[in-house]
Design a protein around this ligand. Structure first.
Ligand code: PGA
Length: 264
């Protein structure tokens, strides 16, 4: 049984005050105050993992405001070296000390806006797996790659260039993959349930071929790209989608809560 993950990627939004306010509201919702919702059962079930990826400067505010143990923190990026002359970068030991359980690697904005190549992402993935921080490794095709019929080729290239040296145990126990078609991110154009499921099934099949049945069955695969409260339940009902990576709809605490509710 794969534990569902609902992850909010705040990108470059929410300063410290806004982060604190968000987490305090979410915590009181988990505590079933003041209105009474399904939230308490979510909190108690332990069946889902709620993750927030704040900007680096707001990590401490989130860490200080979370108290129930339900919320985990993810960094939005990492550097593969643990220290040194890398201006503007943040290392894995620093993220661990700051309270991050996860780090997002290879988000489409890192790949396409900041031009991070496959080779750099492989280094980040390997360094993360050697640290005490767990990776959420993002893959996804551009619209023109999909239109040209190359979506699966792109996913295979992105994964194979990153996970070649990994072992079955690591893939099964530590890796989370997020399928985020680039054309669906921030566009309001969600992948259909069928397209999202086919891509996640394809990723699981690749994991099966390379790492075997046990690893592929326990690998968690998230979908991301214009997830909203009104499409989250149907996406989560797909058999190979184990969670969601949410951008815009994770910025409003009410919509994030609604998405969490649909995962119960
Ligand atoms: P979106 O972003 O939900 O705003 O489309 C998703 C993401 O970038 O992870």
């Amino acid at each position: 049984m794969r534990r569902k993950m609902i992850a909010g990627n705040w990108k470059m939004n929410n300063n410290q005050a806004a982060s604190r306010d968000f987490v305090e509201k979410l915590e009181s919702w988990f505590a079933n105050e003041p209105t009474g919702t399904k939230a308490a059962s979510v909190a108690a079930s332990g069946k889902i993992e709620v993750v927030i990826a704040p900007p680096f400067t707001s990590i401490e505010a989130v860490r200080a405001a979370k108290k129930s143990g339900i919320i985990q923190i993810a960094a939005q990026n990492v550097h593969h070296e643990s220290k040194g002359a890398f201006t503007g970068e943040v290392s894995l030991p620093m993220l661990e000390e700051a309270g991050c359980k996860y780090a997002i690697i290879g988000h489409s904005e890192r790949r396409h806006v900041f031009h991070e190549p496959d080779e750099a992402l492989e280094k980040k993935l390997i360094a993360t797996l050697e640290s005490n921080v767990l990776p959420i490794f993002c893959v996804g095709e551009l619209l023109e790659e999909r239109t040209a019929g190359n979506a699966e080729k792109v996913l295979a290239r992105q994964l194979e260039s990153a996970w070649t040296s990994l072992t079955s145990d690591i893939v099964g126990e530590m890796l989370v993959v997020a399928y985020e078609p680039v054309w669906a991110i921030g566009t309001g154009q969600t992948a259909s349930n069928g397209d999202a499921e086919r891509a996640c099934d394809f990723i699981r099949t690749l994991a099966y071929e390379k790492f075997g049945i046990a690893a592929s069955e326990s690998l968690r695969i998230l979908y991301g790209g214009s997830v909203k409260p009104d499409n989250s339940a149907s996406l989560l009902s797909q058999s190979d989608i184990d969670g969601l990576l949410i951008g815009g709809a994770s910025l409003e605490v009410e919509s994030f809560e609604k998405i969490i509710e649909t995962s119960v």
